[in-house]
Design a binder for this molecule. Structure first.
Ligand code: 5GP
Ligand code: MN
Length: 334
């Protein structure tokens, strides 16, 4: 962050304020970690923060400190709109464009108070008075850590704030293995562990809490997997019928996309998940190395993300979506 930006934030935070903090729709560990980490930091600094999530967050994040205070826009539009309209300041975390909050965008567009963005996605939109955006970082949580340090408040980072930051760094780095994980990332993690952050308990809470149905759903997705070996690509599908059969709940499909990359030689993978209610196929893309799934998602599937992890959607049927994908892959040189 530039000195001028730091001063602008210090000025904004110099008197107690009502502050709305917003993650992207369907928040993941980094979105929840960064918004809740900021929530605890602002609370400590005498502000009145509220995290307003566009929709429900997954069960496997429900243990996070402060998650019980999170307001869910889709469940309570009236009250959430009021909270947003009464805010003196708005932070948007872990996303780069207001359409990533879904329907809540209409409310945000009408607000006249300053916005601050902290994010690590490409091509940030220009709606904030301060845009701390840098694709060099593996997580928004690592940036939140730096943000607090830039404000000269490193000593405010306690076990609670640290737990939130740890969670986002852990989940967005694929447990510290994605390429943007640096020595600095590990030094931050080391400091957090020294503060008492439970570095063995958190992965257990996040990853060892599957239902039997979730494992069976994973089994189904693995059975459905197709390998296009000539193009170093694997993909899988889950239809609404399959999701219903295994009593799917939000969060159950998280991470399944990565299994494609665990096949030797595969560097591009995708999962297509039918959402009958929204009448779309939601897609996740992952790659290893140079193949840019952000570009692929942007160009062909109305989405975006990062070079090695992106998402998109299709309004075609599952069959047509998969055919479109295969046609595109057949033209790719991976
Ligand atoms: P996931 O596949 O885990 O849902 O998302 C992977 C990455 O791509 C995340 O950084 C997420 O924010 C981004 N992403 C997922 N879906 C979309 C989408 O529809 N549009 C855009 N622009 N980004 C997405
Ligand atoms: Mn993130």
């Amino acid at each position: 962050m530039k000195e001028q930006e730091i001063q602008a934030i210090q000025q904004l935070l110099s008197t107690p304020k009502k502050i709305a903090i917003i993650p992207h729709r369907s928040p993941d560990g980094d979105a929840m970690g960064s918004t809740l980490g900021l929530y605890h930091f602002l609370l400590k600094n005498n502000h009145q923060p509220v995290v307003v999530s566009p929709n429900e967050f997954p069960d496997f994040l429900a243990w996070m400190p402060g998650s019980e205070t999170v307001k869910i826009f889709e469940k309570d539009k009236k009250n959430c709109t009021k909270v947003l309209e009464e805010a003196d300041l708005v932070f948007t975390l872990d996303f780069n464009a207001l359409h990533r909050v879904g329907e809540m965008e209409n409310v945000l567009n009408k607000l006249t108070v300053p916005f601050v963005m902290i994010d690590h996605h490409q091509s940030p939109d220009d709606y904030a008075v301060v845009t701390y955006s840098d694709t060099a970082f593996g997580s928004t949580c690592e940036m939140l850590h730096n943000f607090i340090c830039f404000l000269g408040k490193k000593s405010d980072i306690d076990k609670t704030i640290g737990t939130c930051i740890y969670t986002g760094i852990l989940t967005d780095s694929g447990s510290f293995r994605f390429p943007k994980t640096t020595g600095t990332t590990h030094r931050i993690i080391a400091d957090l562990i020294d503060l008492g952050v439970e570095n063995t308990e958190i992965p257990t809470l996040l990853y060892d809490n599957s239902s039997y149905g979730r494992l069976q759903l994973l089994g189904k997705a693995l059975q459905n997997m197709q390998v296009l070996a000539n193009h170093k690509t694997a993909y899988t599908t889950l239809t609404q019928e399959e999701l219903d059969f295994f009593n799917h709940v939000k969060g159950d499909t998280e991470g399944i996309v990565n299994y494609g990359l665990s096949i030797k030689g595969i560097v591009f993978t995708a999962i297509f998940i039918e959402n009958a209610e929204e009448k779309i196929i939601k897609i996740s893309f992952r790659s290893q190395g140079d193949f840019d799934v952000n570009l692929f998602a942007r160009e062909h599937f109305n989405g975006g993300g990062h070079r090695n992890a992106a998402g998109g959607k299709s309004e075609l049927s599952m069959e047509d979506t998969v055919n479109k994908f295969e046609d595109l892959v057949n033209k790719l040189k991976i």
